[in-house]
Design a protein around this ligand. Sequence first.
Ligand code: DGL
Length: 272
Amino acid sequence: MRSASHSPIGVFDSGVGGLTVLKSLLSHLPHESTLYLGDTARVPYGTKSGEVVTRYSLKNASFLMERGIKLLVVACNTASAVALPALAAALPIPVLGVIAPGAAAALRQSRGGQVGVIGTPGTIRSGAYQRELEAAAGPGGVRVKARACPLFVPLAEEGWLAGDVPRLVAREYLADFVQEGVDTLVLGCTHYPLLKDIIAEVVGPGVALVDSAEATVHVVARLLAERGLLAPAGGTPTHHAFVTDVPERFVEVGARFLGRPIASAEQVDLSF
Ligand code: DGL
């Protein structure tokens, strides 16, 4: 029997956004096979209630579990923020979200303990980043300022990443962070790494930007190593993407998020 180390890592998101997490995963862990599920029929999660996002997340997780994954990465910040306890309780494998790794990376980078968090309305409303940052901050403490930036999601999907429109939106959302002296800003949504340049331009060089996707992949690598679950070098990793709506838009828009073409995605029915 093949050992669990040969099994794929499962990754799910509400749609294309989680491909930023998959991109990091493929570059840091090139021997791993992956199964990606984008719940494109039910996207966005960021404006939905925690109860509904948790229900969708459990469904996504059980779909991937049935396909023999060894570890689940919840790439979607909103799902990580609201559904992680339910997922961890329901699954017999390790489950990792993006919130704790992103918060830990922010605390490592922050010089003055003034941390900003941006994300979807659902992520910010949940208070998950704020709680995680405060719990992990230690005796020095941390001051957290959080704000939902919903327009960044359609801008990233439209590929509107530079110029006056995203600059104006970024200024509107981020002016208070600059004014209040935030020294570190967590990009707490799968889509925001695509807008990193314009965000950096608006907040200036004094603010460190934390990509939760990058931070999470380092934790995935450590966890797989600790549990003896790293895929052996020399194998031929396989990658498969599933979507819950027709695949055309996912394949087209997703290539920008993944940084390489997506050959195909299989449409599956996860209806309730
Ligand atoms: N993937 C979501 C997140 O990271 C953004 C898109 C959505 O709202 O579904 O929170």
